[in-house]
Design a protein around this ligand. Sequence first.
Ligand code: NAP
Length: 302
Amino acid sequence: MDRVTINQHVSFSKMIQGFWRAHSWEWSPQQLNKYLHELVDRGITTMDHADIYGDYSCEGIFGEALKLSPELRDKIEIVSKCGIVLPSDKLTWTNGHRYDHSQQHIEQSVNRSLSELNVDYLDSLLIHRPSPLMDPNEITEALKNLVTAGKVKSFGVSNFNKSQYDLLNNHLVCDKLHITLNQLELSPYTLDAFEDGTINHMYKDDVKIMAWSPLAGGKLFSADDAKAQRIMTTIESLAQKYQVTTSGIIMAWLNKHPSQVMPVLGTHQINRVDDALVGMNIKLTDQEWFDIYTASLGHDIP
Ligand SMILES: NC(=O)c1ccc[n+]([C@@H]2O[C@H](COP(=O)([O-])OP(=O)(O)OC[C@H]3O[C@@H](n4cnc5c(N)ncnc54)[C@H](OP(=O)(O)O)[C@@H]3O)[C@@H](O)[C@H]2O)c1
């Protein structure tokens, strides 16, 4: 498994496992622990979380599984996110739906994540979504405290466009911090980050891309979605040519981009992880890459 350097302290596996859906798997800590070992055995060592996943429950589910094999902590990288507040009766501060990028909320959220995950530090902390009220000074102060306390080893954002990234990063670099990651929705179904220049802008600054919902959350396999059908017709013929599954071709498509895109898988079926992994060794031609791209656009490129 290739590795991607995030900063001088942190590197990620090229393929990442996401835990957004972990509450719906209804696994015992033993079952999740077994899955973690299967992932690590395959070189998938980076685990993606957020405070809010599963009504604030997924980090705790993961933490219980990790407790069964404490030695795993040194073999994996844990990413978590903060900044979204969702209504929940679990916590006192979750009394509405809003974004909160205040210093107090960021630090409070990270402390809770560490406790739920049963770890001392996050390999990376991401601001989950940009906010119209975002004050880069507050985020910088929170981050400085978290880095100084050894609780966060690298820092990134998610769903940030170019100007939102610039606003925050220009403040951070004054304090010798900087954004190393942008986690974006990216798949053959969702091309926005290519079309609006976000990916180019990140590449210019050596900000690594994590692609969330690389299979469009399973929508690509939906029989009653015309756009998905159009894309999958092209992907299926390539799957036949290369003798792999369609998800393998999708991974090969993401992997072809020069900016070292890291897909964040959402499956909990290890055979599907294996299908995706095979695709990382497939080298699509430029024409094949564009055939998928234009199938998604629904028209030819100019
Ligand atoms: N930053 C953000 O705003 C944001 C937003 C959403 C997600 N994320 C992150 O991205 C991760 C992945 O998102 P996602 O779950 O939507 O990813 P995905 O890999 O695009 O979709 C996974 C879903 O597709 C299903 N699926 C159906 N057919 C499949 C096949 N042939 N191969 C693999 N999966 C298939 C899976 O079910 P099975 O489990 O049964 O295989 C699962 O429910 C999340 O866990 C989270 O960490 C981030």
